[in-house]
Design a binder for this molecule. Structure first.
Ligand code: ARG
Length: 469
């Protein structure tokens, strides 16, 4: 073993160092180094715990703690040096603490295993980062709300066709449409908050798998790190990655919601729809076709969902059938989590900017919604109000629509001459009328808007309160 190579933590019972291929294949430092802050927080709590229960004298606790603070400072100013052959961030930090503090540094790992150490750091990371993502989702909800408010909730609000099966169905307020996505994000934020709650349990003190013969105080260390609780079963503590699977599910579902916005904006910004125009800063061009302006953010928001679902599926497959307690397989928890987290964070930021800066083409939306066939349901409901059974009303209007499609007369003309309708039915067909008629609770028109808007404000306020922001 050369000087610039790190000796494995377990070197005592081995007669030679690890093979290059073993290190290359088994290392996690390349991706778990982003846990440095959380590992140091865990080590500080652990060392304080060792002092608290008298396992280490306070003088040694102070020495180790000060070395840990110095390591943190080195990470912050970029001077921390990794050494070849280090397996993970936990190894690197322990090595550096011992360099700084001398042999007393070798006491930092007393009563601890990397099995409880690594998952402690990952839980701390998950709690913090999911909360940060929840805040970014709130910011996205706010942009959707602002755009909805600008589009208008009143009788003069911008409206567009609502679709089922990508066929024009009934007119809806643009505000209502935008907020449909925002409601999905409120559920995502709520899910993140509950995932954070389940991640908020300290596994420190579980040791390798069975706890310790030393008088550890896992309640004390849990409190020191700001965990709400500590593990009850040491085997469970080191094997449980439910919080990672849940986080990956939350991220996959957020990604799925983003992908639906993505698909919609790919359509909306096409010449065929022409409902929205992207700001140049949030669109891309073509290397060959000079006229192109592409919605790459929207396409990638759609495309990334596959990878996010793959990350969830990958981790569940790793966990399936894994015997208790820690197995090295569990190291496979981090890359999918970091990848899904990074991709979703980037997608949320990019879509937020794209939506905030886009221009809605209200005239195109209105024109697409003001086709007479979109009043078909209102005409059927007119007949329902006069006592016609809905199924019969549906058939009567369906026949008129079919006749109108043949081109000789418009639906409005046919309604005017139909014996089933009185003159007042004409008013249902005019431009901009349909959206006003969507008036039942939660419906897409202006009459239901105030209630929805107020409910949304109070849901966001309670999510903010739960996140304490
Ligand atoms: N790097 C590992 C992980 O992230 C922790 C190491 C535990 N290794 C071990 N041989 N007990 O899961």
């Amino acid at each position: 073993m050369t000087d610039n190579k790190s000796q494995p933590l377990w070197h005592g019972r081995f007669s030679s160092g690890p093979a290059e291929e073993l290190l290359a294949f088994t290392e996690s430092l390349s991706f778990d180094k982003r846990l440095w802050k959380d590992d140091i927080a865990g080590s500080i709590a652990h060392v304080k715990g060792l002092g608290h229960t008298g396992i280490l004298p306070q003088s040694e606790v102070a020495q180790i703690e000060s070395a840990l603070h110095q390591v943190a400072a080195e990470f912050l100013d970029g001077s921390f040096q990794f050494v070849d052959g280090e397996e993970d961030i936990h190894t690197s930090i322990e090595r550096r603490v011992t360099q700084i503090a001398g042999p007393v540094g070798g006491k930092v790992h007393t009563g601890r295993s990397r099995n409880d150490q690594c998952v402690t750091a990952l839980r701390l990371w998950t709690k913090r980062e999911l909360a940060a993502l929840a805040e970014r989702l709130i910011a996205l909800c706010e942009v959707l709300t602002q755009r909805a408010d600008l589009a208008g909730w009143g009788t003069d609000g911008v409206y567009l066709p609502g679709y089922t099966h990508v066929q024009r169905a009934q007119p809806v307020l643009l505000a209502h449409h935008l907020m449909a996505h925002a409601w999905a994000f409120t559920r995502d934020i709520d899910r993140l908050i509950h995932t954070i709650k389940r991640a908020d349990v300290s596994p420190l003190g579980a040791g390798a798998l069975a706890g310790s013969s030393l008088p550890l105080d896992p309640d004390f260390t849990a409190r020191e790190m700001g965990f709400a609780d500590r593990f009850a079963n040491s085997l469970d503590a080191v094997s449980d990655r439910d919080f990672v699977a849940e986080a990956l599910f939350d991220l996959a579902l957020i990604g799925t919601h983003l992908s639906r916005i993505g698909e919609e904006w790919v359509l909306w910004t096409s010449e065929e729809f022409g409902f929205a125009t992207l700001d140049d800063r949030y669109a891309t061009g073509s290397s060959m076709l000079p006229q192109k302006k592409n919605a790459d953010i929207a396409e990638l928001a759609r495309g990334k969902a596959g990878r996010l679902i793959g990350n969830l599926t990958g981790l569940l497959t790793t966990l399936k059938g894994l015997p208790l307690a820690y197995n090295r397989d569990l190291q496979e928890d981090k890359e999918p989590l970091f990848d899904s987290y990074d991709q979703v964070s980037l997608a949320v930021g990019a879509l937020t900017g794209m939506i905030q800066t886009a221009t809605f083409n209200a005239d195109r939306m209105r024109a697409a919604a003001d086709v007479q066939s979109l009043s078909a349901t209102d005409l059927a409901e007119y007949l329902v109000r006069k006592g016609t059974p809905f199924r019969q009303a549906h058939a009567i209007v369906g026949a008129l629509v079919q006749e109108a499609l043949s081109g000789s007369h418009s639906l409005q003309q046919l309604v005017a001459t139909s014996p089933d309708f009185d003159a007042d039915a004409q008013a249902l067909i005019g431009a901009g009328v349909g959206v006003q008629l969507r008036s039942s609770p939660g419906a897409a028109g202006p009459h239901a808007a105030d209630e929805q808007r107020a409910r949304f404000t109070s849901v966001i306020a309670s999510l903010r309160a739960a996140l304490a922001i």
